[in-house]
Structure formats: structure tokens, C-alpha cells
Design a protein around this ligand. Structure first.
Ligand code: 26M
Length: 824
């Protein structure tokens, strides 16, 4: 028999070093003689990984043994960022490693920054999935993430001559956080045709035959909880040619090249993350990715369930599957297919199981983002699933007809199949019909989906199928890791770090809002974080910014609805005002640094034009002697999770200024406020609930309300439309060539002047500029500003992703935590 392996985890700096050096010399086969920061990172990561893996194995064993209901979070995106600092926080012993590394001549900060970001996501949706994994593990929910193991994450952004250039993100050269499970594979079928047979009992059976097989191979990533020994699993699927398919005959018959080509075609499925965010493009490879991942995940989930030998009716009591947007909607017809074609259940029995298993989270109401797939493409790629979708639709429409016999058009409106040319499968409708709960991600958004895109479905199913779970963020990464000094200050007042597990404890900080020492320390921390960002700006862009200036930050994906154009037009307005000021007037103005960052989808020309404009404005403003320190405009290259961890703690004001009703929630708004920054924002998404929590005196709101947007748009088209005069002056300066070739920006300007100003930039411009002036004024009173910032931090307890996960568990998943036993 095997002897039980008892690990000797390091306790001291010396013991840590011994482990790290052992890994560098043996696991990596490197000599300590030339141990650089990369090797030191690897040694550190592997030393902590050893401790993680033991808890991981125990957690998985305990979950199998108790066999309670598990949650499966299906997401095409997990925007994880770096893992080492998070692993050290969750495992403990970071202090030991800091000491050990310093004995070897390294600084922990440098070692941490050696790691490549795991950037398997576009933006908010992918980062939300990462925060949810952290919270599910920290709260001890038996939960799995399922995703794709992209070889290339979101592209890296370079700014060259003021333009975005995309560079591939090959991130897998050294990744100590994944474990290839070469023994865990699933064969996934594509193309082919469906044949009908009668079985011995005369029952019709459909068989999906022919086509090609691609193999899914599991790569597992441990997800450690904070302050618990629970370590959950994130399973990412990589694609490769199936062994049966990889035709060795071809080798022997001289078709070596075509054989390798087949293999490469299979590997293409998991090669690259689609870089769109809130835009649907209907590409075949994207549908292939979706089905590949859904089929592999469902096979895995069903395989695990079948090991329990329970009857099928128990499936929804053992399995909750959450769909992160419509991207995993194929999981619905796939489970129905498994149950009827492979397990022999009849349709109704199967459908009752399927529709109790899934929950669907919607993240957008933008019509251009709603997924639709053409029926001919579907027919070609997934013929059996198309049949099943038609049957789901038929049953559903018959149900609707019975309940609404007098309504003629409702059937057309709610049909999963859009009767266009070509016909389209509406994935959001399929997701609603196949799920027992549908949720939006902030109150306003959850209300909006009930009155717009899913209005008819509220009538059909009643309002209880629709609910809200307002987004949140993990305080571990976004407070403690990103802002260790602030976290330490809070802990010193609250008597420890319990607030990292129960963020509502922050409310106790309000008692210190007048405490002199506390205020001073709080302010110093903000200043130090700004100094750090200023240094980063100097090092990367060569521009000096004054850390005492007001740092005004907008970092997020570039999208017209998020209105970076409103921000940069406001900056130009400010620039023109400064140019017209007397020296006395200038003295009264608070110096400002306007900081932008974010990626544009590679094919999104309008977004790329905005990036170009910001860079051109920066070039002019930053070199204008009349302006000096009063205004600087910065474009930070390649905004990602790790950069957000530096930027969020360093803002005075951040901008969340979407056209009302368009930003489902937003989550960076929460990250900025919890780090002691204030917000300028519209009444949109989670801004509304942030205002409710922190108080309207502590936020700068402006602009039209969601309920008025439709009418305003209508009046642009059919009424008299006058451009805001200040905005007209901004456009005049752009068009006179102040910021380089005016032609480059004409599409941007004309979209507002001539083409309906869909995002209401002109309607909100005056109120935006006015509010920016209020901010200037408020910033002059540093004492009041500080009070606002501290009060806001104290009132942000609601926005922890731990609260979200408990709400999902209670309202949607019906699951309980599995608290690890002490001796484990
Ligand atoms: C769709 C089709 C093809 C390729 C990519 C996509 C796609 C990818 C990402 C579509 C949407 C994607 O993400 C949308 C997103 O990030 N939504 C954001 O979700 C956050 C978390 O709920 C919210 O806070 C944001 O308001 C919302 O915009």
C-alpha cells in the first residue's frame, strides 16, 4: 500500500527558500547561479502551489463524499488577472515569502509582476465571473467554473502614433496554475446528419451520425477561498484532434501534411478569445466554440451525476447550472439531447429536468449584442440541436397559444425563430424558455429587461421568473490586494480583517470620519497611490503629472454607449476655457489629470476614432505652455486587471457616464469608490444603488434619465434638434484642425450633428460640464472631499460579490455551503 503523503509546509523564511530553490533547481531544472526574477517568481509560485494543491484534493474529495448539490458556472470568459498574490493571501505566509525573497535579493512587488495576466475575458462580464469564483470558494459553496482554455487571451493593446494596434497575447509559456488532465477528455461531434429509426418498442429515435469529432481536454485551475481551506475547481477545455480522427493511415500513406492540418483545425476551436464586447458578429467559429465548450461541460456534469446512481428526477436537486449571458445557451438543447437521445427519457420528463436546472443571467439590453445564429449555419453545424430547438419552440408556442388565444402577434414576437431571411435562432429567448430564473445585474437593468426585451415573457410566465442580483466585486483583490495600506488602516480601526469576509462591517468606519489621525492617514494613502500612478505614467509615457492635481479617470472598454467621447469633448471644452483665461482665473482652477484607458474591439472603427482623438488631444494639451500643469491628458496603454489594481486606488474622480439605461450594471464604479475615490456618473446601472447606499451628497450625478431617453431620441429624428452651443464650439475647434487632421474625426462629429446623436451626447453635455465645475469647486475644499470619500467607503458594504453569491444561492441555485471540517 502507498504510504500517506504528509507534506511539510514551510513556516519560516528559510524553509520557504528551501522549497522555492528546490523547485527552481529540480522542477524547472535551472541553476541558482543565474536565478533571475522570472525564476524567483516560478519558485515562489510553485512553493505556494504545493500547499494549495493539498487543500484542493481534500475539497474535491469532500464534495464527492457528501454529494450535495453543486453549482456549475458556465462562462466563456474568466478575466482572472494574476494569481500569485491572491494565492498568498488565501494560503497565508506571504510575510514569510517576502522575507525569504528579500534574503535572496528580490522585492516581492517585482516578483509578483513577473506573472502574465490570465486575460481570458473582454471586460465586465469576464471579471464578474472571476469575482464570483473567488466568492464561491470563500463562502464554501461546492462550485465549479467551466470555460475555454484560449491559447490567446484578449489582445494586448499598443498605442502607436495615437492609434490602437493589436498584438497577440500568448500567455501559456509558463503557467504554474493549470493542471492538464490528459486522462479527462470528451469527444465532441460537429456537422453530420440525423437519421430516424424505430426502436424495438416502436418508439421513434433520432441518431446524429457522421460529421467530425473534436476532442476536449480538461485543464484544471485551483480556486482558493479566503479564510477557509475550500479550494474549488475551474475547468477549462482545450481542443485537439480526437485520437480516432487523427488518422495514422494518412501518415503511412504519405498524407502527413494533411493529417497535421486536420489536427491544427481542431486546435483552432480553443485558439482565441473573441475580442468583442457587447457586439455580436455571427461567426461560425464562435458557434463552434460555444457548442464545443457546452458539450464537454455537460458531458462532464452528467458523468459526475451518473456516478451517484440517482434517478434522473434528482438531477435538478444535484445540479444548478448558471448561464453567464447567452453564450452558453447551447447547454439547454444539449442536455435535452443527452436525456432523450442517449438516456432514453421521454420529451416531457427530460424537459422538466432541463428547465429546472438552468438559470440565465442577462448582461445587456443593447440590441446589437443579442446573440442570433442563422438557421442554415445551425442546420449545417448542429443538425440535431436545430431539431430539438424547433421542438422546444413548438411546445412553447402551443403553450402560449393556449394561454393567449386572442393575441395574434404574440407568437411571432416570442418565437425562438425569427422569421427573417435567413431565419435566425434568438438565443436569449431560448435561454429564457429553458431556465427557471432569469436575472439582470442591477435593479434598473432588471426592471428594464422586464419592460423591453423580455416584456412578452413576463406576461407569459409571470413576474416571478425574473429577478435581480445586483453585481458586486471581491474585496480581497479590489481592496486588500490593490490597496494594502488602506486595508491595513481599516483593519487597525475595525480590530482585524473580518471585513474582508463580511464587507458590511465597513460601516463601523463612519465612527472615524472625524478622527484626525485616521483622516490624515487616509489622505496620505490616497496621495501615495497617486504618486505611484504618476510614476507609472512617467515611466511608460514620459509625461510628468502632478500628484496633487485632481486625477480624473475613465478606464473601461471603449464603446459609444459608455461615452468616452463625452469625456474627451468635456476635456476639449476645459482646454478651450483655459486658453481663454486670465492669469488670475487660472490661479483659481484646480489642476487636473484626465486619464483614459481601455481597448476597442479591433473592428469597431468609431471606438478606435475615440482612442485616436484622446491621444491627439493629449499631444496638443500636454505640450501647450499656456496650460502647464492645469490640464494633462493621458492614454494608458493596454488596460487590464493588473493595471486596474494600480489605477483604482489612485483616482479622485472616476467617470461612469453611459447613456442612461445602457450600462447594465458596471462594476469598476464599485472598485473606485471602495478605494476612496468619488464618482461622476449618470443615473444608470449600479450607480443608482451606489447613490442610495452612500448618499446623494457623496456622488456627482448628471444627465437625462433612462425613462426620457426614448423620447429624446425620437425628437432628434423628427423634431427640431439644436446642438448644445458649448459642444458646437468643441466641434469647431476639432474641425479647424486643432487636434490634427479634422477628417479623421468627422465620423465622430457627424454621428452627433447629422445622424441622430443616438447616445445623447449633446443632450447631456451642458449638465456634464456643469457637474465637472462642481467637482472643481468641491475639490478645492479638501476637508469636505475627504469626508465624502471616507463616508462612501464606509457605506460600500453591499457591493461585495460575497453578497451576490449568497443571493444567487438562495434565490436561484437553492444550494448550501459545505464547510470544511476542522481536521481537513
Ligand atoms: C458576443 C458575441 C461574440 C463575441 C463576443 C460577445 C460578447 C462578449 C462579451 C458580448 C458581450 C460581452 O460582455 C458584455 C459585458 O461585459 N457586459 C457587462 O457585464 C457586466 C457584468 O454584469 C456589467 O457590469 C456591465 O454593465 C455590462 O456591460
Amino acid at each position: 500500500a502507498w504510504k500517506k503523503f504528509t507534506p511539510k509546509p514551510f513556516e519560516t523564511a528559510e524553509e520557504f527558500n528551501a522549497e522555492a530553490v528546490r523547485h527552481i533547481e529540480t522542477t524547472l531544472a535551472r541553476s541558482m547561479y543565474n536565478c533571475d526574477e522570472g525564476a524567483a517568481y516560478a519558485g515562489t509560485a510553485l512553493a505556494f502551489r504545493d500547499r494549495l494543491v493539498l487543500d484542493w484534493n481534500k475539497t474535491q474529495q469532500a464534495q464527492t463524499f457528501t454529494d450535495q448539490k453543486r453549482v456549475y458556472y458556465l462562462s466563456l470568459e474568466f478575466l482572472m488577472g494574476r494569481a500569485l498574490d491572491n494565492a498568498m493571501l488565501n494560503i497565508g505566509k506571504k510575510d514569510v515569502a517576502v522575507k525569504g525573497l528579500s534574503d535572496l535579493g528580490f522585492r516581492m512587488e517585482d516578483i509578483i509582476s513577473q506573472e502574465h495576466d490570465a486575460a481570458l475575458g473582454n471586460g465586465g462580464l469576464g471579471r464578474l465571473a472571476a469575482c464570483f469564483l473567488d466568492s464561491m470558494a470563500s463562502l464554501n459553496y461546492p462550485a465549479w467554473g467551466y470555460g475555454l482554455r484560449y491559447r490567446y487571451g484578449i489582445f494586448k493593446q499598443e498605442i502607436i502614433d495615437g492609434y490602437q494596434v493589436e498584438v497577440p497575447d500568448y500567455w501559456l509559456d509558463f503557467n504554474p496554475w493549470e493542471f492538464a488532465r490528459h486522462d479527462i477528455t470528451v469527444d465532441v461531434q460537429f456537422y453530420g446528419h440525423v437519421s430516424k429509426y424505430q426502436d424495438d418498442d416502436g418508439k421513434n429515435v433520432s441518431v446524429w451520425e457522421g460529421g467530425e469529432i473534436v476532442q476536449a481536454c480538461a485543464y484544471d485551475v485551483p480556486i482558493a477561498g479566503y479564510g477557509t481551506s475550500t479550494v474549488n475547481n475551474l475547468r477549462l477545455w482545450g481542443s485537439k484532434a480526437a485520437s480516432g480522427e487523427f488518422d495514422f493511415q494518412k501518415f503511412n500513406s504519405g498524407e502527413y501534411e494533411s493529417s497535421v492540418a486536420d489536427q491544427q483545425r481542431a486546435e483552432t476551436i480553443s485558439a482565441v478569445l473573441y475580442p468583442n464586447d457587447n457586439l455580436e458578429r455571427g461567426k461560425e467559429l464562435r458557434l463552434k466554440q460555444q457548442y464545443f465548450w457546452c458539450a464537454a461541460s455537460l458531458f462532464d456534469i452528467v458523468r459526475r451525476f451518473k456516478k451517484t446512481q440517482r434517478p434522473w428526477k434528482d438531477f435538478p436537486n444535484q445540479v444548478a447550472i448558471q448561464l453567464n449571458d447567452t453564450h452558453p445557451t447551447m447547454a439547454i438543447p444539449e442536455l435535452q439531447r443527452i436525456l432523450i437521445d442517449q438516456e432514453g427519457l421521454d420529451w416531457d420528463e427530460a424537459w422538466s429536468i432541463v428547465s429546472k436546472t438552468f438559470g440565465y443571467t442577462n448582461h445587456t439590453v443593447l440590441p446589437e449584442a443579442l446573440e442570433k445564429w442563422s438557421v442554415p449555419l445551425f442546420q449545417h453545424l448542429l443538425p440535431r440541436h436545430l431539431q430539438i430547438i424547433y421542438d422546444i419552440n413548438l411546445n412553447f408556442l402551443q403553450f402560449v397559444e393556449r394561454n393567449f388565444p386572442k393575441e395574434r402577434d404574440i407568437l411571432n414576437r416570442v418565437s425562438i425563430i425569427e422569421e427573417s431571411n435567413p431565419k435566425m435562432v434568438r438565443m436569449a429567448y431560448l435561454a429564457v424558455i429553458g431556465s427557471h430564473k432569469v436575472n439582470g445585474v442591477a435593479e434598473l437593468h432588471s426592471d428594464l429587461i422586464k419592460t423591453t426585451i423580455f416584456k412578452d415573457f413576463v406576461k407569459i410566465y409571470g413576474p416571478d421568473k425574473f429577478t435581480n442580483v445586483t453585481n458586486g466585486i471581491t474585496p480581497r483583490r479590489w481592496l486588500h490586494q490593490a490597496n494594502p495600506r488602506l486595508s491595513e488602516l481599516i483593519a487597525s480601526k475595525l480590530g482585524g480583517y473580518d471585513f474582508l469576509k463580511d464587507l458590511t462591517l465597513l460601516h463601523k468606519l463612519e465612527a472615524y470620519v472625524d478622527d484626525k489621525d485616521f483622516r490624515k492617514e487616509f489622505q496620505e494613502i490616497k496621495y501615495a497611490n497617486k504618486v505611484r500612478l504618476a510614476k507609472y505614467i512617467k515611466d511608460t509615457l514620459g509625461v510628468s503629472v502632478n500628484p496633487s492635481a485632481l486625477f480624473d479617470v475613465q478606464v473601461k472598454r471603449i464603446h459609444e454607449y459608455k461615452r468616452q467621447q463625452l469625456n474627451i469633448f468635456g476635456v476639449i471644452h476645459r482646454y478651450l476655457a483655459i486658453k481663454a483665461m486670465s492669469p488670475e482665473e487660472k490661479k483659481k482652477l484646480a489642476p487636473r489629470v484626465s486619464i483614459f484607458g481601455g481597448k476597442a474591439a479591433p473592428g469597431y472603427w468609431m471606438a478606435k476614432t475615440v482612442i485616436h482623438l484622446v491621444n491627439q488631444v493629449g499631444k496638443v494639451v500636454n505640450n501647450d505652455k499656456d496650460v502647464g500643469d492645469l490640464l494633462k491628458v493621458i492614454y494608458l496603454e493596454d488596460y487590464n486587471v493588473s493595471k486596474a489594481e494600480i489605477i483604482c486606488p489612485a483616482s479622485d474622480i472616476s467617470e461612469h457616464i453611459s447613456t442612461a439605461g445602457t450600462e447594465a450594471s458596471g462594476t469598476s464604479n464599485m472598485k473606485f469608490v471602495i478605494n476612496g475615490g468619488l464618482i461622476i456618473g449618470t443615473c444608470d446601472g449600479a450607480n443608482i444603488e451606489i447613490t442610495r447606499e452612500i448618499g446623494e451628497n457623496n456622488i456627482f450625478l448628471f444627465g437625462n434619465l433612462a425613462e426620457d431617453v426614448e423620447e429624446l431620441r425620437h425628437s432628434h429624428m423628427y423634431g427640431t434638434y439644436t446642438l448644445d452651443p458649448s459642444l458646437a464650439a468643441v466641434f469647431d475647434s476639432i474641425q479647424s484642425g486643432t487636434f490634427g487632421d479634422a477628417g479623421s474625426f468627422s465620423a465622430l462629429v457627424n454621428g452627433i450633428v447629422d445622424h441622430g446623436d443616438y447616445y445623447l451626447v449633446s443632450d447631456d453635455f451642458a449638465s456634464y460640464c456643469k457637474t465637472q465645475e462642481l467637482i472643481d469647486e468641491a475639490y478645492r475644499n479638501q476637508d469636505e472631499w475627504l469626508t465624502k470619500a471616507i463616508t462612501s467607503v464606509a457605506r460600500m458594504g453591499f457591493f461585495s460579490s460575497d453578497r451576490c453569491i449568497d443571493e444567487y444561492a438562495e434565490m436561484i441555485w437553492n444550494t448550501e455551503p459545505l464547510v470544511p471540517s476542522k481536521d481537513e
